[in-house]
Unconditional design. Sequence first.
Lengths: 252, 308
Amino acid sequence: MKRFARHAIFYGVLIGIWVVLAKLKIWPPYVFPTPKGVMESLWAGFADHSFWIAIAVSMKRMLLGYSLSVVLGMVLGLGVASNKFLEETMGGLLVSLQSLPSICWLPLAVLWFGLTEKAILFVVVMGSLLSVTIAMETGRQQMPKIYGMAGRNLGAHGFKLFWYVLLPASLPFILSGLKQGWAFAWRSLISGEMIFVSLGLGQLLMMGRDLNDMSQVIAVMMLIIAIGYIVDGLVFKTIERRLQHKWGLAPA
Amino acid sequence: MTPNPAVQPSFASEHRSPVRGASGRWKAAGPAVLPLRYADASGVPKVALKGISLSYKTNDGSRLLALDNINLKVKPGEFLCIVGPSGCGKSTLLHLIAGLHPATSGNVLVDDKVVQGTGTDRILIFQELGLFPWLTVGQNVDFGMKMKAVSKAERREKTQYYLRLVHLSQFKDSYTHQLSGGMRQRVALARALATEPDVLLMDEPFAALDAQTRDLLHDELERIWAETGRTIIFVTHNVREAVRLGDRVALMTFRPGRVKREYLIDLPRPRVLEDTTVAKSAREILNDLREEINKSLEEQYGQKEVTA
């Protein structure tokens, strides 16, 4: 309750300052919107379904792109972790590639795929693939060797060994990487969606800019923050808590 | 066949040994227990090690001979203990038998057939146990059967049976970190037994336990061994423990690991760690072991004498 009160006070003051600054009319509303204007934009966006559609479209792309990069990243990461040659060569390349902001893949994607759905997916995958791969690789190395041996000893081989032993055993070690991958994918997606009429949240942002509608820009930004926060707070935190409880890493 | 003196009739009614019925389906047997362990009179050893050697490259590039021409035979249902100074390769030997690493030369035979790689006929209980923390106690016990694609109903039945055998029925849905060290040991034992291996390999399983828990687990292991008729190869550095449990004790030398001597432990069961007969047999083995410990200390610390 106290925590809630502190939060309420903090955000109350923040919105208060915003209201006062807007009331002073120092800047025109297309530069500095009023809280009321933003609320109206939010309301209108949900009322005419354009926000709902944008969220659905963006989430669909996210799920597709992220799943793709998780599967690819796991295979790549495992390959790199289990092969000395690959580890030395590809491992270094992966780390250096990670320093490349994912938006840099966009020109390449547009040339390859045109202004299409594929180009956006490509950017999303490239944005998160490396995080997942590196997480999988280090997770595989950090995971105590005993689990793999115990699994083999109890008759697990090949895919069964991977699915029932290696993957769950390394999950606590790769979870933070999966989380980071999600965050990167989310960022890449929004940037990717800005480039053409793509119906997603990124395009709504650009539309706000084109119409000089700052209220819509801020409203969509809030949406993007909220979705990112909800996924992190609900999905990943829940998985994390359950893992910690199972493994006895934290008090239940 | 001589009945096993270790079997206490009182256990027979409480714990039923699983057997296959005429239909081939697994079912709980009646109170008649044992002795599977002397059922095989063919004279073929359950496990035979023929000329097992292992050498590996050390960091400075030289080759180290860890195990040197190990030859051992274990009868069906026999309880063999292997003792030796730490670093003599006794754990490594178990890993080789389990098929987790290949030997440089030599063969492991089970029922007179050369085995390669892992197999559920030989299950190893690791020193660190290797219980899966993401699974419940019940799911851990179930794991090996799931890998063998045993039917769900049978798995459920057997999981229950083996959990009861180690007295952990009410902890079926707990996670392993919620259990004490001794309980975790018993989960590992149940998990290994549930795959119904012919040979149970145990790697210093009780080393990290307090004396009381260890005594209790000695009794339980002896009871379970008698009930299930498994062949056990048990590695320990504790000579008394070896004498307490084993039908036979094999002493290994320090680097390279060889079998120095074998001792038949012909003491009546159940034995107690404090028995003077146990102590006397242990002392005899300990004298031989001390020589090896000295060698190992010399190598590690450049120190020679060890008294007491």
